[in-house]
Design a protein around this ligand. Sequence first.
Ligand code: FAD
Length: 406
Amino acid sequence: MTRPLTTSLNILVIGAGIGGLSTALAFQQQGHRVTVVERVATIRPVGAAISLWPNGVKVMHQLGLGETIEGLSGEMTQMRYLTQTGQTLTDFSLAPLFGDVGQRVCPIARAALQQTLLDAVGTEHIQFGRRCIGYTVTQHGVAAHFDDGESLNADLLVVAEGTHSKLRSKLVGHPVERQYVGYVNWNVRVPADEALAPLSHWDQYVGDAKRVSFMPMGSGGNEEGAQEFYCFFDVPLPAGTTNDPDHYRDELREHFAGWAEPVQALIERFDPARMARVEIYDIPPLDSLTAPRVALLGDAAHGMAPDLGQGGCQAMEDAWVLSQALARALEENTDTSAAIDSALAQYDRARVDRVGEIVQRARKRAAMIHGHDATHTQAWYDELKNEDGQAIIDGLKTTVTGGPLG
Ligand code: FAD
């Protein structure tokens, strides 16, 4: 547990997503006065669920939410790849990974994660329905400006406004364009059912540069306590295709004609009203995530392809690293401005390479899975046939142990 501080700063966080709320909570626990400002009046998380890998869950444990999150999430102990017709390519236990890093993965409903974070921060500290449109560094701090004409002053501003961030370009000093990664993802929750996949398995069907995934995600705290699967479909497509829930089932029937029975059953079962269809974009790695008095965090700083399941986990790591850097800097500096400068410099040093490398690795993996070069994708399918799990576990372990909590 972090010891209480003598210096309590006024910290403003823009965005009440995973990144903004994790940051707000970390700073609150150090005794700072935190205000979160969120654009929308009511948060409805886009997407069905999220897999929190051990590096993300470790941050949640540090913030006192680990047990709650473990209780709401699915028990995923085995990983399997299958061909599109249902032949097993590889099937192995994830227990060695969890044993080595000292933490299991937590696939969890986005709504449950969001609510857990909101409850922990306290909605009385969040101003909903206000959009930040800019900021100015002032003599004694920073002023954030809002679309209602008001401004708020703070010692430190954290910009955690997601991948579409408008403040990012000002902060880094040049325009940053999102890049299309080349595929569309449909994701949805369905009741868990052994006819679709074993209840403890993460099953992925791969073929023709497409993918279908079934992941056990627990009940997410739903009233009936009913277990659910988090499922998604990936298809390489050009950007800008029509997104219409009325067409989801027909689109997927067409893209996955002839695939294995569980895939067909899923396509006939899901509720299109509960499905999200997302074109996948990332942003190029940035050279710096800070400006005087301001930190960029989460997808605003490193929007990435979801092919490593790391975007949210990295936002949590950011939150932990930034809060720890500020705690250290306040111990070492009596002057608040100097402490904030030092904390931002430490945050930059700790995060730029880490997140840049993960953004690039996620893009490379997305290219391999989704057929940017058909020979690479075929080579990957061939590798999976000979995979005993060790190489995949080693890759996951490298990602996890590269984080701030080992
Ligand atoms: P967001 O969640 O986008 O939150 C930003 C918030 O800021 C929003 O609430 C928004 O309304 C608000 N906002 C925006 N602009 C303003 C403004 N100007 N003023 C005030 N408020 C503003 N990650 C994982 O770790 N594991 C996974 O398995 C995983 N799977 C994924 C699957 C898919 C298909 C996708 C697309 C992503 C996945 N991710 C995963 C990534 C993860 O969803 C994101 O990295 C994470 O949600 C980013 O959180 P954030 O807080 O940075 O941004």
